[in-house]
Design a protein around this ligand. Structure first.
Ligand code: MLT
Length: 277
C-alpha cells in the first residue's frame, strides 16, 4: 500500500465505557488492535504459540457452555473475578483453563480449539467484530504487530484497551503507548486523537520497568496478591517473545495470521508453576 499523507487516523479507547459507542461506528475501513495485557489477549497469544488451532472468544458463560455442548472436543477457558470458571457458575460444566497464560501449555492445547470468556477481553473483541481487521495485541508480539500495521497501513487505527472491570487499565494503556510510539511516523501527519497522544507520552515514562509499573495497576495488584496468579504479571509484560500476529476472523475465531520469524513457543522458563485452580 502507498504511504499517502493526511489520510490516516489513530485513536486509543481507554476503557470499556467506550465499547458501546464503538459498536455503533462504521469500522469497515478500520483496524482495531485489542489489548488485554492482564490477561486475555496475552493468554490467547500464548495458546496459539503453543499450538492451539483457534480460539473462539465469547462474551458470556452460557454461550461458551452451549458451544461445548454442540462440539464436545472444544476446551473451555475463562475467568470471573480473575479465577477459573467452575461448575457452580455454569450449571455443572467445569472449565479446562482459567485465564492464566501459563496454563496454556503445548501438551494441553496443541491442535485444540478453545472457547474463551473473560470479564472484559473477550467482550472487547466481540465489539470490534465488524472492523476491517482485528488484531490480538500483547507485549509478547509487539514487533510483529507493528510490522503488520506498517505493511498494511490501515486508514484508521483504533487501539482498544479492554480495561479492568469498568475502568481504564495501566497495562493496556502502556501497550497502546508502545504501539503509538513506534507507529507515530505513519500516523502523526493524519488525524491524531488526544488519547493516542496521551498513551504515546505515558509509555516512555514507565517502559524501563514494566513489572514495577504493574504494582500500580489495579489488576496487577489483584494478581500479585494471589499466590498462584502472581507469576502471570511478569509473564504478561515480557516483550518480543513471539514472532507472529493473530487476528479475529470473520467466522468469529482467533487464529495466527502471519509469521514474522519461525513460530516459537512462548518462553515459560524461569516462571512459577502454572496455577492449579
Ligand atoms: C479480562 O478479560 O477482564 C481480564 O483478562 C481479566 C483477568 O484475567 O484477570
Amino acid at each position: 500500500m502507498v504511504d499517502g499523507p493526511m489520510t490516516r487516523s489513530i485513536e486509543v479507547l481507554f476503557s470499556p465505557a467506550e465499547f458501546s459507542a464503538l459498536a455503533g461506528r462504521d469500522l469497515s475501513r478500520t483496524t482495531c488492535v485489542v489489548l488485554d495485557i492482564l490477561r486475555a489477549t496475552t493468554s490467547m497469544m500464548t495458546a496459539l504459540a503453543n499450538g492451539a488451532e483457534a480460539i473462539i472468544p465469547v462474551g458470556e458463560i452460557p454461550e461458551a457452555v452451549a458451544i461445548k455442548q454442540q462440539h464436545p472436543d472444544v476446551l473451555l477457558a475463562g475467568e470471573r473475578n480473575g479465577l477459573r470458571i467452575c461448575a457452580d457458575q455454569t450449571g455443572g460444566v467445569e472449565f479446562d483453563f482459567g485465564n492464566s497464560p501459563r496454563e496454556f501449555l503445548p501438551e494441553k492445547v496443541r491442535g485444540k480449539t478453545i472457547v474463551m470468556t473473560t470479564t472484559n477481553g473477550t467482550r472487547a473483541l466481540r465489539v470490534c467484530a465488524q472492523a476491517e481487521s482485528v488484531l490480538i495485541g500483547s507485549f509478547l508480539n509487539l514487533r510483529a504487530t507493528i510490522n503488520w500495521i506498517r505493511r498494511e497501513l490501515p486508514a484508521n487505527l483504533i487501539l482498544v484497551c479492554s480495561g479492568t472491570i469498568d475502568q481504564a487499565a495501566l497495562e493496556d494503556t502502556l501497550a497502546a503507548g508502545a504501539l503509538c510510539e513506534r507507529l507515530w511516523p505513519h500516523y502523526a501527519s493524519g488525524q491524531v486523537a488526544d488519547s493516542a497522544e496521551i498513551a504515546r507520552r505515558i509509555y516512555p515514562l514507565l517502559q524501563t520497568d514494566l513489572p514495577g509499573a504493574m504494582k500500580h495497576s489495579r489488576n496487577g495488584q489483584r494478581l500479585l496478591n494471589h499466590p498462584e496468579l502472581r507469576g502471570d504479571v511478569h509473564f504478561c509484560v515480557q516483550r518480543e517473545t513471539l514472532g507472529f500476529v493473530a487476528g479475529l476472523q470473520k467466522d468469529g475465531t482467533v487464529r495466527k495470521l502471519a509469521c514474522e520469524t519461525p513460530a516459537s513457543s512462548s518462553d515459560t522458563s524461569g516462571m512459577d508453576a502454572p496455577p492449579s485452580a
